[in-house]
Design a protein. Structure first.
Lengths: 295, 286
């Protein structure tokens, strides 16, 4: 077999031959497109762990949806969305009305939500159902899931375009934002809504545990390559797409489960970036080249 | 005061029912059929439950500790049973229902789904009968009779299934299910089963597994794919769509279905499976 033919059969042919591989790839690309900017903003706003917490917070809502309607996309998505927004709202409320800080109140509520979700599923479902909710099934993306993911990605990109500027300014200079009349916490609320929507879209395909991996790891890895927001978003999206592609191929050629394979490739990219990235990486430290720290 | 010392009053007092705990619903059903009034049976993994990934609750531990007799499938079907028995402090007999059958291999390990062949079911019933009689010698003739009755029904069903499946040409008997639960059925009745995941539902399918199935389906022109009552339907449906096959219905693999539905006893479940397979195979045979 010639080299070209071999490369083609290794890298292209699995997607050419099988519809389920194409659909998985398209779903991941859609998640990457909106997840790149979203993840980047989370990292920049020091909210990296919030994504994970939100993913767990939507579990009881998804569980209630599951109890009423089985593995129905709309029921579980709506339920998950409501549950996560409720957790975020309650946490914000506690922060405002008590002296508790947001990270503590958020942790409290999402842990309650997580345990409630596991309990609900265990009471009415089986552990197999729980595993499917936690791990999803990227290889079984049906039309409805695909439309949901694509729709969420499209709306997210548009909405992010609107709220990105106030969000970023708020990170670096909240006083300035207030001075020029940034409207209260609306951009933050919209941001949270987008985050939850993306997680809801992602969790049907990848499961609650893996969806966050694809959201956060590329964005965190991108920090080692750029400091400019635009470039960060682009690199994060590129890393996410590459992880999806490589992860699916690994699952195909090496018989590995697909969700974890995708996230582990993203993790591998992070480790390589940590070691060899062009900015602030270990290589920079050890080789003595220091750059001036920029924001 | 004195009357209760007379032996005749003892003979009239009803014996306490034997408390039997079976590991899953199929064994529980068999125990109920064989034991009848003499036993009170509970199953740890209930209808539509998956014994491969079962997680016991404290109630299960308590039930086990109060049991008189425990029946398990064996062949490593219940990976959790040894620890559970140990934790519960149960010291009574543990009957392995699959004792004495000829096992088939699934990969490197023996295939645990032996109840999918009615010939093996006879052995299961024999083992259960022997254990019940040993535990409760007094109603022995009752148990023997029930067991003989049940075996007659098992044999009748076996003959019926063979006759019905015999109507389909061997070359046309190909179907797909979620997991490798029907190996013994395949061997006994000459149907070829292909599965997306390995023999346990506890693992996640890789793209390689799914693509293998789809290729196989397309190549062998399989038309019917089956969902199981214990697993996620979406993957099987996607495979069916991809290969141009249709979902032929639900098969009961590792558990009975809830009471009042098509697969609520072992014999009904088996009959349902055979009928569903037959309907799908007949639909596709030109």
């Amino acid at each position: 077999m010639t080299l070209v033919a071999e490369l083609q059969s290794a890298f292209i042919q699995p997607f050419a031959e099988f519809g389920f591989m194409r659909r998985a790839l398209v779903a991941c690309i859609a998640l990457a497109l909106s997840g790149g900017p979203l993840g980047t903003l989370l990292v920049v706003r020091r909210m990296s762990l919030v994504g994970d917490a939100m993913a767990h917070a939507l579990l009881p809502g998804a569980a209630i949806g599951f109890i009423f309607a089985g593995l129905s996309l709309s029921a579980m998505s709506l339920g998950g969305f409501i549950a996560a927004m409720l957790v975020a709202t309650l946490a914000a409320g506690v922060t405002r009305w008590t002296s508790q800080k947001e990270d503590a109140s958020f942790a409290a509520f999402y842990l309650i939500a997580l345990a409630a979700g596991v309990m609900l599923i265990s009471l009415r479902g089986t552990s197999v159902d729980l595993m499917h909710v936690l791990f999803g099934s990227i290889l079984a993306v049906d039309d409805a899931s695909l439309f949901l993911i694509a729709g969420v990605a499209s709306v997210s990109l548009l909405a992010l375009a609107l709220v990105a500027r106030p969000l970023i300014i708020e990170c670096f200079d909240p006083g300035f934002l207030r001075a020029v009349g940034g409207r209260g916490g609306w951009h933050h609320q919209i941001f949270l809504v987008l985050l939850v929507a993306n997680l809801v879209g992602g969790f049907q395909a990848l499961g609650t545990l893996m969806a966050v991996g694809l959201l956060m790891l590329p964005a965190i890895a991108a920090r080692f390559w750029a400091h400019d927001i635009g470039r960060l978003c682009a690199i994060a999206t590129a890393f996410a797409m590459a992880s999806s592609y490589a992860g699916l191929l690994l699952s195909y050629h090496a018989h590995l489960p697909s969700g974890p394979a995708i996230v582990l490739v993203a993790g591998g990219i992070y480790l390589v970036s940590l070691a060899f990235g062009s900015r602030d990486s270990l290589r920079n430290r050890w080789s003595g080249t220091r750059r001036h720290r920029v924001a | 005061m004195l009357p209760w010392l007379l032996p005749s009053t003892y003979a009239q007092a009803p014996a306490r029912k034997l408390r039997v705990v079976a590991s899953f619903s199929i064994l529980a059903d068999m125990a109920r059929e064989v034991g009848g009034e003499a036993v009170e049976v509970a199953a740890l993994v209930g209808p539509d439950g998956d014994a491969h990934v079962f997680e016991p609750t404290p109630a299960d531990v308590k039930r086990l500790s109060n049991a008189d007799l425990v029946i398990v499938n064996g062949l490593r079907f219940e990976g959790w049973i040894e620890r559970l028995v140990q934790v519960s402090g149960y010291r009574g007999p543990v009957v392995v229902a699959s004792q004495g059958i000829t096992t088939r291999l699934l990969g490197a390990a023996p295939d645990p789904h032996a109840w999918q062949s009615l010939a093996n079911a006879r052995r299961y019933v024999d083992n259960i009968r022997a254990a019940l009689v040993a535990a409760r010698p007094s109603p022995a003739h009752h148990i023997e009779q029930r067991s003989a009755d049940y075996l007659r029904r098992v044999d009748a069903l076996d003959a019926s299934v063979r006759k019905r499946l015999g109507q389909i040409a061997p070359a046309d008997r190909h179907v797909v299910t979620s997991h490798d639960a029907f190996g013994y059925f395949a061997e006994a009745y000459g149907v070829s089963f292909i599965s997306a995941v390995g023999w346990s539902t506890g693992s996640e399918a890789s793209a390689a597994d799914v693509s293998r199935i789809v290729r196989q389906l397309k190549g062998q022109n399989v038309r019917a794919v089956f969902v199981e009552n214990i697993s996620d339907a979406r993957l099987v449906q996607r495979i069916a769509r991809e290969a141009g096959a249709r979902v032929g219905g639900t098969l009961y693999s590792d558990a009975l279905s809830p009471p009042g539905t098509a697969g609520d006893t072992y014999l009904r479940m088996f009959d349902h499976n055979a009928s569903t397979l037959l309907a799908a195979l007949q639909a596709r045979a030109p």
